[in-house]
Design a protein around this ligand. Structure first.
Ligand code: F0G
Length: 417
């Protein structure tokens, strides 16, 4: 029998894996504690699955299924998430000053963000548990992913979004897949509290990253990066931080990969926050002794979060990987976004915090330019088109539908080079 269980990160008490609960009786966060038997071999099994034609083998999440959630194949709700691009781009190596830079673009997931990796796991479990109504608070990407995966599983979803603070693309996507949208007069942190209360009362099944299965799905970003690098770990992995689900998931993925012998050294984590939404950064400066929540404000609406719920797990991830936490201003985020967009990759503003932060870490000497670094871009460029047009003052050129006018315009364009 499989012994995988839920375990409290604060008091280590354990619970059955498929018990409907998000927190320990002591109110600590829960995580999935895997049975170690056989997981050393999963590395080579996952490599073999790269050439399989089966949807769950092709999924970058379920390729690692034995160490995500042990389930029967038919129980899995997948849309081919993961398998995202791993890019080496000269212009971005020059811009950051990091010669060993690679980029993992999680915006290449089915709904355009890394959230699909966590959501395939959470919705699969919701279906298995037989729950009727799924819910999340969101700045727009979690809600898009939930809406899509719930539709795929034939389940109802309700999402709580901070009114007026979600990009139009994300709002449309969430509505389009069919979730019921409640626009909360307040910010993300208020919406999160509402969902936590509803979940505690048993009214909804919560799929925010407090849900331990979300973390299990998101771990596979790291494992896929390691696989992309033929299991030679990079020196650093850089990621933006908001609610800190990813930072927590990355820490767990690194610990497990190391414990199971998949890698010989642990990469260091660097989490980057927006300066206007930086409670984790401030806590890092005081040695993670406490977390002070704040009123958050940043152009990167995806990470406009002042009270990250995954603080305990995330601080442990930074400590255990000898990691660092950085902060970047909105101006730095937009400059980085310009460089990423012009490289041909493109990303949404929150993702650009990654490269803005890396550039700083190189300049301050924390990261050496010769070290190998993987920067994770979390969301697709089309998630926030307003930010592109506003930040770069881009406009189309109006032209008459007349060959002479068009020739004149093309001549001007040629003369530019
Ligand atoms: N990048 C993007 C594009 C995001 O959408 C988020 C979080 C983050 C980074 C931060 O990740 O919370 O794991 O530290 N978006 C959530 C949402 C809050 O509702 O879509 P984190």
């Amino acid at each position: 029998m499989n012994q995988t269980r839920l375990s409290c990160v604060s008091c280590a008490r354990t619970y059955p894996l498929f018990e409907l609960r998000y927190e320990c009786d002591c109110l600590g966060l829960l995580e999935v504690l895997h049975e170690e038997k056989g997981l050393a071999e999963l590395k080579s099994k996952a490599d073999l699955r790269l050439v399989s034609r089966e949807p769950i083998d092709r999924s970058g999440v379920w390729r690692f299924r034995e160490a995500v959630v042990p389930l029967e194949k038919h129980e899995i709700v997948t849309q081919g998430e993961g398998g995202t691009g791993f890019h080496q781009i000269d212009s971005l190596r020059a811009w950051t000053g990091c010669q060993g830079l690679s980029i993992k673009h999680e915006g290449e997931n089915p709904t355009g963000s890394f959230k699909d990796r966590g959501m395939t796991a959470a919705v699969t479990i919701a279906k298995k548990l037989g729950v009727k109504l799924l819910a999340c608070a969101s700045t727009g990407n979690t809600s898009s992913a939930l809406s899509s995966y719930a539709a795929r599983a034939g389940l109802q979803a309700v999402v709580f979004l901070p009114s007026g603070k979600v990009s139009l693309g994300k709002m449309a996507q969430t509505l389009g897949y069919g979730a019921h949208v409640l626009a909360v007069k307040g910010d993300f942190d208020d919406a999160m509290q509402i969902v936590r209360d509803l979940a505690r009362a048993g009214d909804v099944y919560m799929v925010n990253s407090l849900n331990p299965f979300r973390i299990e799905g998101q771990k596979t970003i790291i494992w896929e990066i390691l696989q992309d690098m033929n299991w030679v770990a990079p020196d650093w992995i850089v990621v933006p931080g908001g609610n800190l689900g990813n930072t927590s998931a990355f820490g767990k993925a690194i610990e497990e990969a190391f414990a199971w012998g998949w890698i010989k050294k642990k990469p260091r984590l660097a989490t980057i926050q927006a300066a206007g939404a930086n409670p984790f950064y401030k806590s890092y400066l005081n040695g993670f002794q406490s977390l002070e929540s704040m009123q958050a404000e940043t152009i990167a609406t995806a990470i406009r979060i002042g009270n990250p719920v995954n603080f305990t797990r995330a601080s442990r991830a930074i400590i255990n990987t000898r990691g660092v936490v950085g902060e970047v201003t909105d101006a730095e985020i937009l400059t980085a976004k310009g460089a990423i967009d012009r490289s041909g990759l493109g990303c949404e503003p929150a993702s650009a915090a990654t490269l803005a932060g890396l550039r700083q870490l190189i300049q301050s000497g924390v990261v050496k330019s010769s070290e190998t670094v993987v920067a994770v871009l979390t969301g697709h460029m089309l998630k926030d088109t307003d930010a592109i047009l506003k930040s770069q003052n881009l406009e189309t050129e109006e032209v008459a539908a007349d060959p002479k006018a068009i020739q004149l315009s093309l001549d001007r364009l040629r003369a530019r080079n």
